[in-house]
Design a protein around this ligand. Structure first.
Ligand SMILES: [Ca+2]
Length: 174
C-alpha cells in the first residue's frame, strides 16, 4: 500500500513538472513571436484603416495673359469694330482625366443676336497636367450696342460640372 502511494505521488509530481515545462515553452514561444515586431491582437480595436484618396479631375480656365476665369465670372471683349477672337485655355490641375461631355463641347447660350461663335473646340479628354484651347469670336454688326452671352462647358469636375463663363462686348460701328 505504501508503495502505491509513493508511486501515485511520484506520478503526479512528474505530471506537474511536465505541465510546467510545456507552459514555460509556450510562454517563451509567445514572447519570441511578439518581440519580433508582430503587434499583439487587439480584438476590441476601433481604429479604422485610412482610406486611399480617390484621384479626381480639377478644371481651370484662363486666357492667354493668363488670367483665370472662374465659373460664373465674366470675360469682357471690350469695344469691337468688326470682330475679335479670344483663346481660352482649359487646364486639368487634378490627378484623374478631365472629360468634357457637352454637345457641343463649348456651348454658346443666351446669345439673342448671334454675336458669339466658337471657332475652335477643345479636346474632349484632358490628362492630368495637360491643357487644351478653344477660340471664341465676337462679331460686331451695323448696330452699336452691348452684347452678352454665356459659354457653357459640361465636364466631370465634381464641383464645377457645369462651368459657365459670361461674355460681354460692345459692338462699335465705324
Ligand atoms: Ca473643381
Amino acid at each position: 500500500m505504501r508503495n502505491i502511494i509513493i508511486f501515485i505521488t511520484l506520478t503526479l509530481l512528474c505530471i506537474s513538472i511536465i505541465s510546467c515545462w510545456i507552459f514555460a515553452m509556450d510562454r517563451e514561444s509567445y514572447n519570441i513571436k511578439y518581440s519580433e515586431g508582430t503587434a499583439a491582437p487587439t480584438p476590441d480595436s476601433t481604429v479604422e484603416p485610412t482610406p486611399t484618396p480617390v484621384p479626381i479631375p480639377e478644371i481651370r480656365i484662363y486666357d492667354t495673359i493668363p488670367t483665370d476665369y472662374d465659373s460664373g465670372s465674366t470675360y469682357d471683349f471690350g469695344n469691337v469694330t468688326s470682330s475679335k477672337d479670344v483663346t481660352f485655355t482649359i487646364e486639368n490641375e487634378g490627378d484623374a482625366q478631365l472629360q468634357l461631355t457637352g454637345t457641343p463641347l463649348v456651348e454658346v447660350t443666351d446669345d439673342a443676336s448671334n454675336r458669339y461663335s466658337v471657332l475652335t473646340y477643345p479636346q474632349a479628354a484632358i490628362d492630368p497636367g495637360n491643357t487644351t484651347d478653344f477660340i471664341v469670336r465676337f462679331t460686331s454688326n451695323q448696330t452699336s450696342d452691348d452684347y452678352t452671352a454665356k459659354l457653357i462647358i459640361i465636364n466631370n469636375d465634381s464641383d464645377e460640372g457645369t462651368y459657365e463663363i459670361n461674355v460681354t462686348g460692345y459692338a462699335e460701328c465705324s
